[in-house]
Design a protein around this ligand. Structure first.
Ligand SMILES: [Zn+2]
Length: 114
């Protein structure tokens, strides 16, 4: 399954209101991901644990929530916010797919008309 990385990057930038760089690695650790923020945000994804789009969105949501709450702890507030962010990313990600589909139809119609 194709993963739209540019779309994911854009979504994370919209939510955090910062430039985001997503770095993939295969680290021999039990970390699924990590986040670092400075003038821009760097999100590390451990690809050993992020195999599907659902895994990736879950990890991105988790890391972004750490940034949004400026908290390293996994409090109840964190869990609730993380859930919210995950839903938002999923919505925006799917929304992009719908747009792509419409765009393709429009192009197809144009071709037919010529
Ligand atoms: Zn965490």
């Amino acid at each position: 399954m194709k993963i739209y990385w540019k779309r994911l990057k854009k979504i994370t930038e919209e939510i955090t209101n910062k430039k985001v760089e997503i770095i993939m690695n295969i680290e021999n650790s039990n970390l699924r991901g990590a986040i670092q923020s400075n003038h821009k945000i760097i999100i590390y994804l451990n690809m050993s644990y992020n195999k599907s789009i659902n895994d990736i969105i879950k990890t991105l949501a988790h890391e972004i929530t750490h940034y949004l709450l400026q908290d390293k702890e996994h409090t109840n507030e964190f869990i609730m916010k993380c859930d919210e962010v995950e839903k938002l990313i999923k919505e925006k990600y799917k929304g992009g797919e719908k747009w792509n589909f419409i765009h393709k139809i429009v192009i197809l119609l144009c071709c037919v008309e010529q």
